[in-house]
Design a protein around this ligand. Structure first.
Ligand SMILES: NC(=O)c1ccc[n+]([C@@H]2O[C@H](COP(=O)([O-])OP(=O)(O)OC[C@H]3O[C@@H](n4cnc5c(N)ncnc54)[C@H](O)[C@@H]3O)[C@@H](O)[C@H]2O)c1
Length: 336
């Protein structure tokens, strides 16, 4: 099998993780690393020995031997770089968020379709075995009807200047929750607070209401003493805590509350809580980012639609946009 030539644009904080994976996957050739910061480029290129290195993205697009481009530049550059890559006929894996507006996201989807190119978004948690386990628990009915979900994604840094903490961090939570429920929220409401930079929220609390009745709360912050990556799913029959920074990320609690008939008074029902076993499933130890990059390569080879395709990226951007609108309206609900 001939190797696919892959270029990675953006070698800052996250790019090197993608570069390392491309370099490690036998069916890929790390063809080019591109970064406008020449010092950073030289440092990373020395470490991973690509065939080529450049500080000019246009060089990547003009090379006919490059099959796919992975974009890990700041979010505000995603639209333009992705557009140029697609116009040059390259398959694209772009980091989240796909774009800063849903109109731009739609434009990229249309362009990818007309160019017959793969457009995939780096929603890395969709390739995470813990999230797959959570999805299986929801879909199999083991948790019963899902009541509500809440997620906390906080730590100190990395503080951005092109988007707020919700856009930067909650793209993950939104993609996970949409995937678990297989639906989009119909309404969102959010409160956010800016302390460090004007009009750029450091902390955001958002509530998402789904058509199925599920409520989801997402708390994001880059101004917090602790790194927390935790999601709790409360179902009618069982509850699950997913802690992404734990060695045992999924814990299933046989706990809940139900109406039961009162033994002493016939026909009278009372609400009763129940507490049963706690179960920690063993999960495969794979790097989700490796799964993501391998999926991109498979999609290039087979023409298969990626799991996190442009439409998936668009749905996440639509939620992020609605949350921004609610923030502007001081927490008023926004319909999607
Ligand atoms: N999936 C994840 O868990 C995850 C984690 C962190 C970041 N990210 C995403 O990765 C992307 C990059 O984030 P980061 O933290 O690495 O940012 P960063 O600022 O550390 O790095 C970005 C790099 O891109 C380079 N760059 C900027 N504009 C460029 C251009 N036009 N052409 C070529 N290079 C350019 C910069 O010089 C810099 O080295 C963002 O979209 C972010 O959302 C994803």
């Amino acid at each position: 099998m001939a190797k696919l030539n892959i270029a990675v644009i953006g070698a800052g904080y996250w790019g090197p993780n993608l570069i390392r994976n491309v370099a490690q996957i036998p069916s890929a050739q790390l063809h080019t690393i591109c970064d406008t910061d020449q010092r950073r480029l030289a440092q990373i290129a020395q470490q991973y020995a690509p065939l080529h290195q450049t500080s000019e993205p246009s060089e990547v697009f003009s090379r006919p031997d490059i099959d796919g481009v992975i974009i890990a530049t700041p979010a505000h550059t995603h639209f333009e770089i992705t557009q140029q890559a697609l116009e040059a006929g390259k398959h694209v894996l772009v980091e989240k968020p796909l774009a800063l507006t849903s109109n731009d996201a739609r434009e990229l989807i249309a362009l990818a379709e007309s160019q017959h190119c793969i457009l995939m978004v780096g929603h890395v948690f969709e390739y995470n075995p813990s999230v797959h386990k959570l999805r299986d628990l929801v879909k199999s009915g083991e948790l019963g009807q899902i009541y509500y979900i809440y997620s906390t994604r906080v730590n100190l840094g990395k503080i951005r200047d092109d988007l707020n903490a919700f856009w930067n961090l909650a793209a993950h939570d939104v993609s996970i929750i949409n995937m678990l429920l297989d639906e989009m929220p119909r309404r969102v409401a959010a409160h956010g607070f800016s302390y460090l930079q004007p009009a750029l929220e450091d902390v955001v609390f958002a509530v998402l209401e789904y058509e199925s009745g599920v409520a989801a709360h997402i708390h994001t912050s880059w101004l917090d003493p602790n790194k927390v990556r935790q999601m709790t799913v409360v179902g009618e029959k069982k509850m699950v805590v997913y802690d992404d920074v734990s060695d045992n990320p999924i814990t299933i609690y046989d706990k809940g509350a139900a109406w039961v008939e009162d033994a002493s008074s016939f026909g009278i029902h009372r609400l009763q809580t129940f507490t049963g076993d706690i179960y920690i499933p063993r999960l495969p130890t794979v790097e989700p980012l490796r799964m993501e990059v391998e999926h991109f390569l498979d999609c290039i080879r087979t023409g298969e639609t990626p799991l996190s395709d442009g439409y998936d990226g668009l749905r996440v951007v639509q939620v992020l946009e609605a949350v921004s609108e609610s923030l502007r309206k001081k927490g008023s609900p926004v319909e999607l």
